[in-house]
Design a protein. Sequence first.
Length: 304
Amino acid sequence: MSVIQISNLTKRFGKFKALDGVNLEVNKGEVFGFIGPNGAGKSTTIRVLLGILKATEGSAQIFGKDVWEDAVEIHKHIAYVPGDVNLWPNLTGGEVIDLFVKLRGGNNRNRREELIKRFNLDPSKKCRTYSKGNRQKVALVAAFSSDADLYILDEPTSGLDPLMEQVFQECVLEAKQAGKSVLLSSHILSEVEKLCDRVGIIRQGQIIETGSLNELRHLTRTNLLVETKTPITGLQELNGIHKVEEKEHALSFQVDGEELDAVIKHISQFGIVKLESAPPTLEDLFMRHYEGKDQTEAGAGGKS
């Protein structure tokens, strides 16, 4: 069952096309990673989903309802955390958390107290005294204290230290185990890799790849470190070989998945002494999509 359904979504700002025919689906009970560089269209997509921006063309639905027409009804069942949280300066963190939770009709005091403790937040301080990281904590505690069906998280760990990032990841996995859905927009690929069932990569307003990590890994390269009895020759002539480097008595290189069998057969004739293989990471996949691209094109623009 689809919780989010986006079909052929286009958003123009004057002549600039921020989103260009985006198609995206997030299913019930899954964590969906939404990745891409700044300026790619992640936040624009999220603002359309939240009913803040109206799409130029195409459609977007949450829980089967139109995100623009039924925004008020949809917001009763979603929790949103932006990458840069602005709070009321004269309210305390605890007061802001209570306000957000009440807006969503929740009143789970135990959950609120537990999360405040886990995120190591002092709720008695005025919001104007909080650092960026503490403002993020207030938004995260408020979001995970409410009984939302869908969490929309746009760079939510911005400003958090590694310990708090770990707590955040635990909260996402707990939400998933409770059958909730999560749309996680992030440029921290390790975070996406740990949490997400499927990912969508957006570039210049277009979805260029989507699928589970296992499906996408067919497109990535395996990292090999090989030590042989005699020096390997003819490696560069083989198909699917990349980034060959000499490291002491060994060779380090990357191999396209479909060429791995032929490459192993070739290097085995030189007497393999040591062979280390590392699976491709999401970062490998992500960077591969941007290899050879003009850097200004790949990373242009401010926050998307």
